[in-house]
Design a protein around this ligand. Structure first.
Ligand code: G4P
Length: 526
């Protein structure tokens, strides 16, 4: 049944993620965004250390022990009558495939850079995933309240290293560490000054500055010169270039002082795309107004130990979701009740009754659901499987307790199905010794923890000396198996053939010696 209101509601939504290197200020920016949107009254409520206290799930324990964020929450807030869904990306150095996967659920990303550090490794990796998926990117250059790199130099780095054209929307008056205000290029170069709030706990009061009064100001004079330069090289926002991933609107600010955050929010509302029809496995996109459909992009187990539950995060792709509705689980064809649906805000769960395309729904008690599964009502649909990403860590897994081998095997199958780790097998090693492969080593910790806790079958991992994997094909297997230090595996999840290499140098020498063989970079399941 087609519902015309769905398209209207979809246009009101922006679903995005923040991609950054640890410490660039993602948590701080998240709080600042939520603060501006009046979703919280004081910064610190979402990710603050205080809110971690008293949370008791296993994941939280790991998070506390290791000081990392394991939980991926979806934040939802309203700004200028637009509903913003911010899908959190786990942000520690040893991040996991989940970090990449959540990018399949968003329509846009904010690339957050530390003004002093510029482009950092994790940002580059996440950027590549966004580029591969055609996700448009806004850039926020953070920490302008303290010394950092030169603004034009940062833009050059973005252009040269990422091959994407920076088109500044705001421009700083004052070098990093001496910010006097921001010029808004979308509002006739209006200059905005800020009053700092204590520790950025509340929104910084803004005032529009009179350019005449700034005329003798050296920083303003420099900013005007730089703006002239930007105009002369045509560094202006063009919607088509942005949506095609060829250009990135750039914002400057300080998340901790809440400076420039309002401009970024306006950018998300005004420039970022709203949800569009999602291509299906059959090819033709499912129209937004069609019956409900959604994709599971993340499954989180045991978020609340008291309930021993599993939450499946579903991105709504079409139609209207009503809590309690019976949907069909495309993989099994079975009905699934959505009585227990919640939206997650920080660690507080609240019940979500209605959702539209772009929204993220957490389905509790979702033990049948796996990452990549489609749910729908009405006409049957299945969305393409989520891509698997190039693993960088490899280890042989063995059971510790030989009397628990059956449970152990069941556990490995389950973790594989859930996408916790990738499971690789080869004739050479035999099925008894699966190799686990992961984007981040934390996935191994999670796998071992769950094998022991849920299946009573502790495992032992023997690390393998490989650093990278490439997708290959049957024609190349013979050559690759003869190459010293290289091994070829079949990934059980999708049957893909993966060649693994001990170093980038080894990979390049194999590529040099055998230029005709297939060695694909991103390991899409396609
Ligand atoms: P992350 O989630 O990306 O890992 O970063 P997070 O927000 O935790 O921020 C990392 C550090 O950077 C924090 O300092 C935070 O206060 C600081 N920070 C974030 N935004 C800004 C900014 O705009 N300006 C400045 N000067 N600092 C910023 P910390 O010392 O690690 O922790 P805290 O004790 O200050 O909370």
């Amino acid at each position: 049944m087609s519902d015309p209101d769905v398209a209207v509601q979809a246009r009101r939504r922006r679903t995005f993620a923040v991609i950054s290197h640890p410490d660039a200020g993602k948590s701080t920016l998240t709080e600042a965004l939520a603060l501006h949107a009046d979703a919280i009254t004081q910064a610190g409520a979402v990710h603050g250390k205080a809110s971690r206290r008293g949370v008791t799930s296993d994941w939280m324990e790991m998070e506390r022990e290791r000081g990392i964020s394991v939980t991926s929450a979806a934040l939802r807030f309203t700004y200028r009558d637009t509903i913003l869904n911010l899908v959190d990306t786990p942000g520690h150095a040893d991040f996991s495939e989940d970090t990449y996967r959540v990018l399949t659920a968003v329509d846009c990303a904010v690339m957050l850079l530390d003004a002093a550090k510029g482009l950092e490794p994790q940002t580059l990796r996440l950027f590549e995933v966004c580029r591969h998926r055609g996700i448009p990117i806004l850039t926020f250059i953070n920490k302008w309240d303290r010394p950092g790199q030169d603004a034009l130099g940062l833009l050059d780095a973005v252009e040269e290293r990422l091959g994407i054209r920076p088109t500044p929307v705001t421009w700083p008056v004052g070098i990093a560490g001496a910010l006097e205000g921001l010029v808004d290029r979308r509002r006739d170069d209006e200059v905005v000054g800020f009053e700092r709030s204590a520790g950025g706990a509340t929104v910084a009061a803004e005032s529009v500055l009179d350019p005449a009064a700034l005329s003798g100001d050296a920083a303003y004079t420099t900013a005007v010169e730089e703006l002239d330069l930007l105009s002369s090289i045509g560094a202006e926002h063009h919607p088509d270039d942005f949506l095609a991933g060829k250009a990135t609107p750039v914002y400057f600010g300080s998340a901790v002082s809440n400076i420039g955050v309002r401009h970024l929010l306006d950018g998300i509302v005004d420039l970022a795309p709203s949800p569009g029809p999602r291509p299906t496995a059959g090819g033709a996109p499912r129209p937004l107004e069609a019956d409900f459909s959604g994709v599971v992009f993340k499954v989180q187990a045991n978020m609340d130990r008291a309930h021993r539950d599993r939450i499946a995060f579903v991105r709504v792709c079409s139609g209207r979701f009503d809590r309690g509705m019976q949907v069909v689980h495309a993989t099994t064809g079975r009905p699934f009740s959505t009585k227990y649906a919640s939206s997650l805000f920080g660690q507080e769960r609240s019940t979500l009754d209605i959702a539209y395309p772009g929204d993220v729904v957490g389905l509790v008690n979702a033990s049948a659901l796996r990452v990549g599964d489609t749910l729908y009502t009405g006409r049957a649909v299945a969305f393409p499987p989520l891509p698997a990403f190039a693993p960088e860590h490899f280890a042989v897994l063995r059971p510790k307790d030989l009397s628990r081998v059956k449970q152990f095997r069941r556990g490995v199958v389950q973790l594989d199905e859930e996408g916790v780790v990738q499971v690789l097998v080869s004739d050479r090693r035999g099925e008894q010794a699966p190799v686990l492969a992961a984007v981040g080593p934390m996935q191994f910790d999670v796998a071992l923890h769950r094998l022991a806790q849920e299946f009573g079958a502790p495992g032992v991992l023997d690390p393998l000396p490989y650093q990278l994997a490439r997708r290959t094909d049957a024609a190349a297997v013979g050559v690759l198996e003869r190459a010293p230090g290289v091994e070829v595996f079949t990934r059980t999840r999708d049957g893909a053939l993966l060649a693994v290499f001990p170093s980038p140098w080894r990979l390049s020498s194999v590529t040099r010696d055998h230029p005709d063989i297939r060695l694909d970079d991103i390991l899409d399941s396609s």
